[in-house]
Design a protein around this ligand. Sequence first.
Ligand SMILES: *Cc1c(COP(=O)(O)O)cnc(C)c1O
Length: 400
Amino acid sequence: MSAPDLDISTVAIHGGRSLDSHASSILFPLYQTSTFVHDAVGVDKGFSYSRVSNPTVDALEKAIGALEGTPPAVCFRTGMAAVTTLFLSVLKAGDHAVLTDVVYGGTMRLFREVLDHLGITASFVDTSDPANVEAAIKPTTRIVFLETPGNPTLKLTDIAAVAEITRRHSILLGVDNTFLTPVLQNVLQLGADISLLSTTKYIDGHNATVGGSLATQDETLLERFRLIRKTIGTTQAPFEAWLTLQGMKTLPARLKLHCENAEAIAQWLENNPAVARVYFPGLASCPQKALAEKQQDAAGGMIAFELKAGYDATIRMLNSVQLCSRAESLGGLETLITHPASTTHADLGPELRHTLGITDGLVRLSIGLEAPQDIIRDLEQAFAAAGCDAEAKEVDHEAR
Ligand SMILES: *Cc1c(COP(=O)(O)O)cnc(C)c1O
């Protein structure tokens, strides 16, 4: 059977897989080796040196390609290695890129600290209005790079609408699809040229590895990514690839639960008097719900919410959780809680944070696979311990 006939849950387990020729083990073997012996000068079995390629990494690339509906993907040591390789592959001095203003912090830093020094410039715009993308395109623009949902307020960008613009200008469109994965949002079918994943998150799903991937239908681009990867040495390691191969088999099954649990927790938060606002594309109150329904198969497992209480009470609340883990990252089995204003977005300064909606009371949750009622009970006791309920009453009183 060909992949288009198979459901995505089947593709995650069987897509692009083959038994190894040596012993037909059901799990593809871990080739933990740096180098491969040539049968004769110029005669090899397709592998030479693990910075260039490795059978276990190759197996992961075929599996991710099957999930994306593309030729084998190109896998990297980290998500940032994928981001760096992408931009070094398609940009040169004098070129310009347009990116989502709420793009991953590391991607923004790459432009500000590295690519800028190489004469490559970028504009960070609010891509939730595609007109801003069109307005930011210059004669030197080579690529538009979106992140949707954006971090941490889950702001969405209409991928198909931006693809129409990039096609008209004959420039590339890349999308960081880490938050939803091809299981919930197929960015290539929506018109993007390149799909980027930090496999660290939902693809591995177990907080066991860091990694990244680039997928595209364009063979010339794939060749360019592989050339730059072997040159700068950003290749994924065999053991990480092997672990990721195991984790990704349960991706569709895990995502179903992540989404279901997030839905329940988002509903609870929305009805909680200590909470000013919930950002979750699955809620009827979400202003971008129609767009979410158009381009996503589900709302995803990420939630952001704003407490009415101020900075100190919000920090106290984070310090009072017992089941949720105070940790950056996302997409694993454990529910993680972060305070963007003091951690991931602390560098931005209060003004830019305010523009991006990252208030002192904003909290981000990566919903795990624990029973949602247990997470709700944990948040409930943390709200109470931090005095969030009492502070909310005061805020409400003053507002009246
Ligand atoms: C984590 C993340 C990255 C970077 O991936 P690493 O594996 O940490 O290098 C890029 N984009 C998004 C959206 C991420 O969440």
